[in-house]
Ligand binder design. Sequence first.
Ligand code: CDP
Length: 208
Amino acid sequence: MLIAIDGPAASGKGTLARRLARHFNVPHLDTGLLYRATAAGLLDKGCRLDDVERAVGIARGLALVDFNEDRLRGREMGEAASVVAAIPEVREALVKAQRRFASRPEGAVLDGRDIGTVICPDAPVKIFVTASPETRAQRRALELAGRGEKVDYAAVLEDIRKRDARDSGRATAPLKAAADAVTLDTTLLDIDAAFAAALRIVAARAPA
Ligand code: CDP
């Protein structure tokens, strides 16, 4: 069971991916963490986010486990990740490890921006998770507040819009639904309803 999940920031794809992975008892890779960890590695070394050579070195050296999620999930690192993720050489450096993860015999769930289009174009199940920018900003503001970050809804909405534009507008692996992906709009769905809808998509795509 290989499931590819893509979508914009705070659309609910991470929560959905984790639940699907647990349900089907397969490993889950949040590929956003790879870009976040690359950005964090650059900032730790005092490098600029457009230092391609260093960024590629950091990306190549990443292990796909034991991320310091607490630090990586902050608001600042999401922004930095989206800058680093627009560098084609960085994306290229991360392709092999993601495909290896996806090729486990038991299957896997991967979530990101280009899983259905670039990393796993043959995945039998592809879900493109969306929600309105306002709903996503509310969710992200709640999440950040829960982490103890001081947040302002208007600033978070502005971040979301900026990130959507950067992720969708970049030349390499832009955020977009694969032609064979099913779109799941979670604007009006809570987590349980979104999970139930995702299970129906999986059942339709991979009956077994
Ligand atoms: O949780 P959220 O959607 O805000 O962020 P994320 O999934 O951790 O991704 C952070 C940034 O990494 C995104 O804005 C993208 O620019 C980039 N990313 C990407 O380009 N490709 C992926 N497969 C995953 C993330």
